[in-house]
Design a protein. Structure first.
Length: 458
């Protein structure tokens, strides 16, 4: 009896501890993003008219991130190259990264090709292209891929013009040149390096502030998507969405899982470490929205600054594994939908064209449509109007593309870092373990009452 009465104060004191755990959970960015996503979906379903008006919340968040992405790329890349012992190392990292990107892109496209041919999601649709509303296809898509425009985008009008624009490829080129120049400029270069290091500290402080707005951007994005599309787009094309989603899951578990295992990592542990960034990318459908945070977390995970500085920014332009899976699967789907049977020779030509065009449309709005349009033109027979079939579900398909793009670039940095001996597996283990510990501390609540009862019993 006395034991029972002694326990009461502890039981009454327990709710505040639970509240403190809830408070810690609410302060976690990933949980705030999940909360924003749930609320956004609820508003989209229950108040669709309100949800349709919330698109600006997502647009504003992505605009804020894009505002800071180019300065982050400049600081990270130029500092990474300036601090290298020799420029030969920068070239070696770049060549290895490019080789890895090409190999994974080819593998991803072949996976999409095989899945589309085996499961044939477009069979039986019997679409008459003349009946399609081609006005839904983005105007930019009908222009196809322009190699000259791609090169023009790489070369800015002025050295600092690239740092005030929105093209990552141009900023990457200027950053590499600037970092190389600092590397060989002696004392003058060292002085500038210190200044950019200070600028980098300030830039990442701004990044932290901007990322606190991610839950609001997530809320607005999902509320608008659910309100605008609901389940209508899934009625006719649900099979393609489910098939692509299943392929993305298998890609993560098998392809990226094997790559992670060869680096001594567990893909689930890696996803848990980057959960906030992956959730933000999923909800906003923007890889750029998480680029600054990926750089910061990869360095904390033991990947060298020089490797991260070259691999991540270039990866977001050249290593789009999720987009590669989507491109071949969508092209074959469209051919099947209009009753065209592509030969394997035509499909391999299509892959070859995509290997080139997909590298030139990174960061361009409607980039996937531009690649598809140029590919359909090169293969022949599939009308551009067929793109109207997947406009309605493209936002849903983009979820899987962005998720794999982000996670694929994380693994690319680890692979190239290990290849270059610029990766500390022990530091990675500690960083991943610390992330798991924080999660356990938040979730664990049972042991404390037990301890209280043991004390009371004595």
């Amino acid at each position: 009896m006395s034991t029972h009465t002694m326990q009461n104060p502890h039981h009454s004191a327990h709710p505040p501890k639970q509240r403190s755990r809830l408070g810690r959970l609410l302060r976690e960015l990933w949980f705030q993003v999940v909360l924003g996503a749930v609320l956004g979906i609820a508003v989209g379903f229950l108040l669709p008219e309100v949800g349709k008006q919330l698109t600006p919340l997502s647009d504003w968040f992505i605009a804020l991130v894009k505002m800071i992405v180019i300065p982050v790329v400049f600081c990270v890349v130029s500092l990474g190259i300036a601090s290298m012992d020799s420029l030969r190392k920068a070239g070696r990292i770049g060549v290895k990264a490019l080789g890895y990107f090409l190999a994974l892109s080819l593998l991803s496209m072949l996976i999409g090709l095989v899945v589309a041919n085996v499961f044939r999601p477009g069979d039986g649709m019997n679409i008459d292209p003349s009946q399609l509303d081609s006005s839904k296809v983005p105007a930019k898509a009908s222009e196809g891929f322009d190699g000259i425009e791609f090169v023009n985008n790489i070369i800015p009008e002025s050295l600092f013009g690239a740092l005030t624009g929105h093209t990552i490829i141009a900023a990457l080129m200027v950053s590499i040149i600037f970092g190389a120049a600092m590397n060989v400029s002696g004392e003058a270069g060292a002085f500038l390096t210190k200044g950019i290091q200070a600028l980098s500290t300030v830039i990442f402080k701004i990044v932290n502030w901007v990322m606190r707005l991610a839950p609001i951007g997530t809320f607005g994005a999902l509320a608008a998507v659910v309100a605008n599309y609901g389940t209508q787009s899934l009625q006719q094309l649900g099979y393609l969405v489910l098939l692509f989603t299943g392929t993305c899951i298998l890609y993560v578990l098998v392809v990226l899982g094997i790559i992670a295992r060869t680096c001594g990592l567990n893909i689930f542990t890696v996803m848990r470490y980057f959960k906030a960034e992956l959730l933000i990318a999923l909800s906003t459908c923007s890889s750029e929205a998480v680029l600054p945070q990926l750089i910061k977390k990869l360095e904390a995970m033991g990947v060298g600054k020089s490797t991260v500085g070259i691999v991540i920014p270039s990866g977001f332009s050249f290593n789009l594994d999720g987009s590669a899976v989507y491109l071949t699967m969508a092209s074959v789907f469209l051919a099947q939908a209009v009753g065209m049977d592509l030969s394997w020779e035509q499909q391999l030509v299509m892959v070859g064209v995509m290997m080139l065009t997909s590298k030139g449309t990174a960061g361009i709005a409607g980039g996937a449509f531009i690649v598809l349009a140029s590919t359909l033109s090169s293969v022949g027979g599939i009308p551009l109007a067929a793109l109207a079939l997947i406009v309605g579900i493209d936002r849903l398909l983009n979820e899987g593309r962005v998720f794999i793009n982000v996670l694929g670039n994380v693994m690319a940095a680890v692979v190239v870092g290990k290849w270059e001996k610029d990766y500390d597996p022990e530091q990675a283990r500690k960083a991943l373990h610390a992330a798991g510990q924080r999660k356990n501390e938040i979730q664990t609540s049972a042991p404390e009452p037990v301890e209280a009862e043991k004390v009371d019993a004595h």
